[in-house]
Design a protein around this ligand. Structure first.
Ligand SMILES: [Zn+2]
Length: 184
């Protein structure tokens, strides 16, 4: 095979790898900002793929660029559960970032479903959470009471930190909505 032909084959292989990646992300419910960040495909290409796979146009607008969501009570517990799974998986088999995210999210969704709780953390939020941790805008801190690791501000005082399960806010457990986290 000539060099030019070899390069052409490589480019086709890379392209199909990118499409496979995008398809997997779309099936997980990822929004456009995730697809644009995690693949090298053009915006137009991604829009077409999205419509083809999801059967509808992607929702417009970006998630707010804020760490607050991950730090509120129930959201924090879901975020922490996901991040623990993600960290655990990252220590095992060598997976690329998208495979790792996808596997961790599936396990998170399975765990909450088994517990009869709604999955508060969307796939796109899970992706955003990993990005915030990578950028050191969020970190994890061990709870001084239960020892579990929870998502916190990076400068949280570890000597006094208690998690949202050991020290729930006063309103906790009063939610009447089905599938909400309840404390006994
Ligand atoms: Zn705790």
């Amino acid at each position: 095979m000539s060099t030019a032909a070899a390069l052409a084959v490589k480019s086709v292989l890379n392209e199909s790898r990118q499409i496979e990646r995008a398809a997997m992300l779309i099936q997980m419910g990822a929004r456009m900002q995730v697809l644009e960040s995690e693949t090298t495909l053009s915006y137009e290409r991604l829009i077409r793929l999205y419509k083809e796979i999801a059967g509808k146009s992607p929702s417009k607008g970006q998630l707010p660029f804020s760490t607050d969501w991950f730090l509120t009570w129930q959201e924090n517990i879901h975020s922490s559960l996901f991040l623990n799974i993600h960290e655990y998986l990252s220590k095992g088999a060598s997976l690329d970032s998208v495979e790792l995210l996808t596997r961790a999210y599936r396990l998170y969704a399975e765990q909450v479903e088994a517990a009869g709780i709604d999955a508060l953390l969307s796939f796109t939020r899970a992706w955003r959470l990993v990005k915030f941790v990578e950028a050191s805008m969020l970190g994890t801190t061990a709870c001084t009471q239960c020892g579990g690791r929870f998502v916190t501000e990076p400068y949280e005082n570890a000597r006094h930190y208690t998690c949202g399960l050991c020290n729930p806010p006063a309103r906790a457990g009063k939610s009447k909505s089905a599938g909400a986290l309840m404390l006994h």
